[in-house]
Design a protein around this ligand. Structure first.
Ligand SMILES: *Cc1c(COP(=O)(O)O)cnc(C)c1O
Length: 401
């Protein structure tokens, strides 16, 4: 029976992340299916009225409604928690639902947060526009400046919020140092780990309290579904986050959870090969453009820190050309790489952040973040890197580079 259910944490928690990504959280039905079952159901039936009442009273284990629990979604939650080394996880409909829930579930009027300046555009909208509407203030700091985090703390500071590597500037936050500053001040850290995933970096190993994901990116990894996740302690997830998500409803669909479960099976393989490809492409680009940013290029300003806290450089790199016209010209000359603003896909995708992902921010905010008019972001996929290099070579020549 143990093999059929496979849910005994005293056994599963000792597996390494690549094993967790394939087997963690699997619960088999009485059919003993090898691949996780997809439970497309919104509700659950009870044997008797007393059972329904007991379940709603929390006196009987079991599910009541798929906004609250679903067997396929729970398998994904347990798997991500095990990969992350977290006590618990809740899956969400999108990465932004995860970020929003992770912040709003624990903040209230009068609170203050400190956030890294280089961030996904919608994350900056949360800190700059949404939170202030509810009387929650944010100090935006240069995430690479460890002292700035400390200096920004006020008596009402509740949390630090940042991503590393950051999108699209690839700035690295020193996880160990910044989490220590937060701990000493009694402040919680919320880390958006979408770029690295637990395969390349586990922020909790450095003291992070909450790790949130866009599972749309590397976890699905094949550009199919949107999904998100929040990991933390049992207490945080089940007492603070759960009442927020149960009542506001950013629930992940069972179908999307199932797709992400399938995606996770190849995550380790994909992210390592894509990181190798990205490094090779970055080395080529470095020889052709003035500035190429990739965490595992020795020329990255924080190369030592990146190689200390990550086991590979990830799939994203950025280059800087002259201006918007040259950047658009380069994109238009590509034949293999798609012009697309998604990342984490097994296909190589390139975008001009200023006119797409970061277009909604003011020119000042973009300048402060280092998102320049000539910046291009490339997600390196699983294609043969030599074909990617040929494509980029042709496109660079087309714009005179
Ligand atoms: C994509 C992304 C998000 C948002 O995720 P969605 O799944 O698109 O909602 C948040 N943070 C980072 C770093 C991302 O790359």
């Amino acid at each position: 029976m143990k093999k059929l259910t496979g849910q005994d944490r005293s056994i599963t928690r000792n597996w390494r992340p690549a094993t967790q990504a394939i087997r963690g959280g699997t619960v088999r039905s009485h059919f003993g299916e090898t691949s996780e079952a997809l439970f497309l159901t919104s509700g659950y039936a009870y044997d008797c009225a007393g059972d329904a009442a007991a379940r709603f009273a929390g006196e009987q284990k079991g599910m009541t409604y798929s906004r609250l629990q679903n067997p396929t979604v729970e398998m994904l939650e347990e798997r991500i928690a095990l990969m992350e080394g977290a006590e618990a996880c809740r899956a969400m409909a999108t990465g932004m639902a995860a970020m929003t829930a992770a912040l709003l579930c624990q903040l209230q009027m009068g609170d203050h947060i400190v956030a890294g300046r280089a961030a996904f555009g919608s994350c900056r909208w949360l800190t700059d526009t949404l939170l202030p509407r509810f009387g929650i203030t944010a100090t935006i700091v240069d995430g690479t400046d460890t002292d700035a985090w400390k200096a920004a703390i006020k008596p009402e500071t509740k949390l630090f919020f940042f991503e590393t590597p950051a999108n699209p500037t690839l700035e690295i936050v020193d996880l160990e140092a910044v989490c220590r500053i937060a701990k000493e001040a009694g402040v919680l850290t919320v880390v958006d780990n979408a770029f690295a995933t637990p395969m390349l970096q586990r922020p909790m190993d450095y003291g992070a309290d909450i790790v949130a994901y866009s599972a749309t990116k590397m976890m699905d990894g094949q550009g199919r579904v949107l999904a998100g996740a929040v990991c933390g302690t049992d207490k945080f997830i089940n007492e603070t986050l759960l009442s927020f998500t149960r009542n506001t409803g950013p629930t992940l669909s069972a179908f999307n959870a199932w797709v992400v479960l399938k995606g996770l099976e190849t995550l380790d393989l994909r992210i390592r090969r894509q990181s190798e490809n990205a490094l090779q492409v970055a080395q080529f680009l470095k020889s052709r453009v003035d500035r190429t940013l990739y965490p595992f290029l020795p020329s990255h300003p924080q190369y030592d820190l990146a190689t200390k806290q990550m086991t590979a450089g990830g799939t994203i790199l950025s280059i800087f050309v002259e201006d918007r016209a040259q950047a658009h010209g380069l994109l238009d000359a590509l034949q293999l790489i798609d012009i697309s603003n998604n990342i984490g896909d097994s296909r190589s995708l390139m975008t001009h952040p200023c006119s797409t992902t970061h277009a909604g921010l003011s020119a000042e905010t973009r300048a402060e973040m280092g998102v320049e008019e000539g910046m291009l972001r490339l997600n390196v996929g699983l294609e043969d890197p030599l074909d990617l290099i040929d494509d980029l070579d042709r496109a660079l020549k087309a714009v005179g580079l």
